[in-house]
Design a binder for this molecule. Structure first.
Ligand code: NAD
Length: 313
């Protein structure tokens, strides 16, 4: 069992997955939410998931599922949840007003060395944390859904975040088996979503322009680029696909610039292309909770196998 308690604020999709990640490393966790029913549901759901993972030999950590579940307690009183906490991971809905309100409440009750981290996907640290007494202790720790299966966490500091807080968060993420990366400064979309939106944008244009079907577009990623992207990024790919980066640029610079110049404007993500992509996606997985959840379970299983493979290579 680890020293120091972790608090998860908001027990939705991301909050539950964070709780499982911390429990796998033996941390004691308080799961806070405004609604008791939500906490009860979250704990039930976490217990069920842990048992299922244990059954297939894929529960993370050295503790049994019962021991891990026993580390997580629910709480609807923020003050008692936060008492003695070393680290707080906020996972409330992606809404600036809700986040500002909760960080203001936390600002009045936390000690001077608790790390205050937000899971926000796209709100800048300066929007959430500016003006707080404890701004030096605040950081964005943006996970990828679901963090239990996908290790990357983007650490994005506020301009006033203390370097020691960045280091503490980095070390904690490593300890629970995540893969933290540090952004040196804040930028809209952080790094992950900027890359993701660049891909989505060109995918949308290729389908919209009638170059490729939605199904085949997805295969270009899952059976093509994605195969190596699970192990190395685009920069190392360049390095290996020629005799090093310098040689790659020498060979492909002009071609890359020519192709990039032919990219169209930002799509509106609406209208005919939206209909076409929706129809193709729904043929594969109808957009109702039962089908979506079944497909998500399949995705999570694939991610688990991939995570196992990555540990072996
Ligand atoms: P969610 O809607 O599933 O969960 C939000 C939870 O917060 C709910 O349980 C709700 O009851 C609770 N809540 C609402 N107001 C609260 C308050 N004042 N105090 C405490 N709890 C409160 O949302 P989610 O998908 O888990 O997302 C949470 C955060 O994580 C968001 O900022 C989101 O951008 C970020 N995130 C989400 C994903 C994703 O793919 N879902 C990925 C990365 C980051």
């Amino acid at each position: 069992i680890q020293e120091g308690r972790v608090v998860i604020v908001g027990s939705g999709i991301i909050g539950c997955s964070w709780a499982m990640a911390f429990a796998s490393a033996g941390f004691q966790i308080k799961l806070y939410d405004i609604k008791q029913e939500q906490i009860t549901k979250a704990l039930e759901n976490i217990g069920k998931q842990m048992k299922e993972l244990e059954k297939i030999g894929m529960l993370k950590g050295s503790l049994k599922s019962d021991q891990q579940l026993a580390l997580i307690g629910g709480c609807t009183d923020l003050k008692s949840a936060v008492e003695g906490a070393v680290y707080i991971q906020e996972c409330t809905p992606e809404n600036l007003e809700i986040k500002k309100k909760i960080f203001n409440q936390l600002d009045n009750i936390v000690s001077n060395d608790t790390v205050l981290a937000s899971s926000t996907s796209c709100i800048l640290p300066s929007k959430i944390f500016t003006g707080l007494k404890h701004v030096k202790q605040c950081i964005v720790a943006h996970p990828v859904n679901p963090p239990y299966f996908v290790p990357l966490v983007e650490l994005v500091p506020h301009p006033e975040t203390e370097p020691s807080i960045i280091e503490k968060t980095f070390a904690l993420m490593k300890k629970i088996g995540q893969s933290p990366v540090k952004l040196m400064k804040e930028i809209d979309g952080f790094a992950l979503n900027r890359l993701q939106y660049a891909i989505i944008s060109e995918a949308w244009r290729l389908v919209g322009d009638g170059v490729i079907s939605p199904h085949d577009l997805d295969l270009v990623m899952s059976d093509g680029l994605g195969m190596r992207y699970a192990f190395m990024g685009p920069l190392e790919t360049m390095h290996l696909n020629a005799e090093g980066i310098l040689n790659y640029c020498d060979r492909y610079r002009d071609g890359m610039i020519r192709v990039l110049k032919s990219f169209g404007p930002i799509p509106d993500f609406a209208g005919e292309t939206e209909q076409k992509i929706n129809q193709a996606m729904c043929e594969q997985t109808p957009a109702d909770p039962a089908h979506l959840n079944a497909r998500r379970r399949w995705r999570d299983e694939c991610l688990l196998h991939l995570a196992k493979l990555k540990m072996e290579v």
